[in-house]
Design a protein around this ligand. Structure first.
Ligand code: AMP
Length: 420
């Protein structure tokens, strides 16, 4: 037997209902916030991520699933959603739509990392992006949407951390200070960060290696290098968040693992799910559209890890809807009654009533046992004597009460009692 590769999962019935529930919350919430869905390809040209996410990031250096197609072109399974959305935004001329353009996506992402609880090679993200406005209200809105998502699904005790990593101009001074600092500490750095000192010292800030993390404690932080514009933007984001009633913590050490962030950066942490406690994050990326070949267009967005959201919900004991029991089970006794069952099943199903039947030729007693096992609320019993009267029997499984109902009135009779 061929087994599945490491780090991927089968999502089986029993669990798919939980996924559908998250997706339902996502659809409802994005609707009220006015975000529209975008679906982009699972694979893109590798160059998109090299340019967008950044050559020096862990994602591009170590974690991409890249392969050559039959014509020798390098393609990559998307490791994150924003780069593809930005590409689609440019390629389809969405910059000519009335701005801002507010989009969301849900789908699988792929990263080659060491699998552990909460970290997989194929995982799923819900993400949202706002293009075409650099206003701090947009930063605050995406954060509100993110926090509302967690609240709606029932998560508690989350920690929202925010920071500003500065724009291109304040970044120059920061990069110079970081380079200066790390040049004197090269013996403590991992091999990747050694290269990053000259090429892109910002990326050392999110290295996960123990030695590098130790050095980071004393390293210059982005907040100390913000220009006037970035300072007032960051202050306005905080004011707006407070006005929305969203509590947060400013963490000067917070940086995100992707090159494209400018200004606001944020992350949401949840205690109790182990080492992989980040369940979502995002920030502003005002240069990304240009970097990918589009007209200057500011953007801000987030991505939520759905597996980690489910892990957190389980850790907090939040019950999500499970498999729904059938509302009705259709049983019968006798040859002539059996002939009526297909029509009755079709009427009920066409009316939106979840209806089951027996498939193995059991007698009436066996069928009723089945209905009980499946936890059906009602059993329709098609019997020959009742048929002669134009009726069927209906039994409420909870009380055992049974009445005869005219066959032609069955659907409306049940709908009324099922509250549909
Ligand atoms: P990132 O943009 O890398 O911060 O990813 C956003 C969110 O996706 C994280 O906060 C995680 O919840 C989730 N995530 C990232 N990588 C993985 C992974 N390998 N497995 C599961 N979830 C992940």
């Amino acid at each position: 037997m061929v087994k599945k590769p490491r780090g991927v999962a089968d999502i089986l019935p029993g669990e798919t209902e939980r996924w559908q529930y998250l997706e339902q919350v996502i659809r409802e919430l994005t609707r009220v916030y006015g975000y529209r869905e975008i679906r982009t390809p699972i694979f893109e040209f590798t160059e998109l991520f090299q340019r967008g996410v950044g050559e020096d990031t862990d994602i591009v250096m170590k974690e991409m699933y890249s392969f050559r197609d039959r014509r020798g072109r390098s393609l990559t399974l998307r490791p994150e959603g924003t780069a593809g959305v930005v590409r689609a935004f440019i390629e389809n001329g969405l910059h000519k739509w009335p701005q801002p353009v507010k989009l969301y996506y849900v789908g699988p992402m792929f990263r080659y990392d060491r699998p552990q609880t909460g970290r997989y090679r194929q995982f799923h993200q819900f993400g949202a992006e706002v293009f075409g406005t650099a206003e701090p209200v947009a930063d605050a809105e995406v954060i509100c949407l993110l926090m509302d998502f967690y609240a709606r699904v029932g998560l508690r005790g989350l920690q929202l951390e925010i920071n500003s990593v500065g724009c291109v101009s304040c970044r120059q001074a920061l990069v110079a200070a970081l380079r200066e600092y790390f040049r004197g500490k090269t013996s403590g750095l991992c091999s990747h960060c050694l290269e990053r000192v000259e090429r892109n010292p910002l990326r050392i800030l999110d290295c996960k290696e123990e030695g590098c993390r130790e050095l980071l404690k004393e390293a210059p932080v982005p907040l100390d290098f913000l220009c006037g514009g970035c300072q007032s933007h960051f202050a306005a984001v905080q004011k707006e968040l407070a006005a929305c009633g969203v509590s947060f913590l400013v963490n000067g050490h917070l940086v995100r693992g992707l090159d494209y962030y400018t200004g606001t950066a944020f992350e949401v942490l949840v205690p109790g799910i182990g080492a992989q406690s980040a369940i979502g994050g995002g920030g502003r990326y005002d240069k990304l559209v240009e970097t990918c070949g589009g007209p200057p267009t500011p953007g801000v967005g987030f991505a939520v890890g759905l597996e980690r959201t489910l892990l957190a919900l389980a850790a907090q004991g939040v019950e999500l809807p499970g498999a729904a029991a059938p509302e009705v089970f259709v049983a019968f006794a006798g040859e002539r009654a059996a002939g009526r069952v297909p029509a009755i099943l079709r009427w009920l199903r066409a009316a939106g009533i979840a209806t089951e039947r027996d498939y193995s030729g059991r007698g009436l007693k066996g069928q009723l046992k089945q209905a009980n096992k499946r936890a059906a609320r009602w059993v329709v019993i098609v019997g020959e004597a009742e048929l002669d009267r134009g009726n069927v029997s209906v039994r409420a499984m909870e009380t055992g009460e049974q009445v005869e109902v005219p066959e032609v009135a069955l659907v409306s009779w049940l709908k009324e009692r099922l509250g549909q």
